[in-house]
Design a protein around this ligand. Structure first.
Ligand code: ZN
Ligand code: ZN
Length: 55
């Protein structure tokens, strides 16, 4: 099974249309997911690997 992508901020499942995913800008190891809502409201995310917090 493929890994499920979730929004790092709110935990909602990402179905891949309006969401965005990118690697942590700090450690580059963790895939950060952002749903449209969190992206729209600039909700912070936190990297589970290095603890980086970003907008
Ligand atoms: Zn979200
Ligand atoms: Zn990181």
């Amino acid at each position: 099974m493929g890994q499920e992508k979730i929004c790092t901020s709110c935990g909602v499942r990402l179905v891949g249309r309006t969401e965005t995913t990118f690697l942590c800008p700090s450690c580059g190891k963790v895939l950060i997911g952002r749903c449209m809502n969190c992206r729209d409201q600039s909700v912070r995310y936190k990297c589970s690997e290095c603890g980086f917090v970003g907008p």
